[in-house]
Design a protein around this ligand. Structure first.
Ligand code: ADE
Length: 229
């Protein structure tokens, strides 16, 4: 079973989106397990302080290294430690696949300005961002990230073939979809999709994927061209 630990100051935010739909069903099927840990339980003083002002001055508060360290040391199935932060490597489908093959993984959700660099270094944390924008904390980021990882676990989706034709699978975005009615508000479904000619349909869909990728994501298109050539 894929075991996930999450260190957070806001355990009430979990399971959140992970309790419903595909990740929720996968949890019911025991394909994965979510262990949520309250960081504050590892504070030592009577006010349960977890953060302090930054050395060198500046805005905000920094989470203490010793408390995060105690939290991690208390786990007997840590696995890779991932720290969610806008400074991290940007999460993508390839990383989702890598994570889905692990047995244990631990996510550290930062709040305030971040966590003391020394505990990041000590645990060799993999710093990961879900995009070039700043969230109030790592909790929504972990949930988004895990949604994409858990659906890749074998047995999670009803139809595993649907994974093969998804966006990013071969560097291109997905083609457009159409269903009944054939004519909706005077707009017809592309003729080729009604032809029953599988090779032509596959070719049309590939061209569609190329066109959409080129238009919307020049960064992906450049990579695709490089790999094809
Ligand atoms: N914490 C705050 N912003 C974040 C982001 N973009 N990705 C991951 N964790 C974050």
């Amino acid at each position: 079973m894929f075991n996930v630990n999450v260190l957070t100051l806001f355990p009430d935010m979990f399971p959140g989106i992970l309790g419903g739909s595909i990740p929720g069903k996968a949890m019911e099927k025991d394909l994965w397990n979510l262990n949520v840990i309250q960081i504050r339980d590892y504070a030592t003083n009577k006010h349960a302080t977890v953060d302090e002002t930054p050395f060198g001055g500046g805005a905000g508060m920094v989470m203490r290294a010793d408390i995060i360290d105690r939290c991690l040391s208390d786990l007997d199935n840590v696995g890779e430690v991932v720290y969610l932060s806008p400074r991290g490597k940007v999460f993508d489908q390839q990383m989702a696949k890598k994570f889905s093959k692990m047995e244990n993984i631990t996510f550290v959700c930062g709040r305030y300005e971040g966590i003391d660099q020394r505990v990041i270094d000590k645990w060799n944390m993999n710093e990961v961002s879900i995009g070039d924008f700043v969230l109030s904390g790592g909790e929504p980021a972990v949930q988004v990230l895990l949604d994409s990882v858990v659906r890749l676990l074998p047995g999670s989706l009803g139809d595993e073939t649907s994974l093969q034709e998804e966006s990013f699978e071969d560097g291109l975005l997905e083609y457009s979809h159409y269903t009944r009615p054939r004519n909706w508000e005077g707009i017809e479904v592309p003729e080729v999709l009604l032809s029953g000619h599988h090779a032509n349909i596959a070719e049309w869909r590939l061209q569609e994927r190329k066109k959409i990728t080129q238009m919307r994501r020049p960064d992906l298109w450049k990579k695709y061209i490089r790999n094809e050539g």
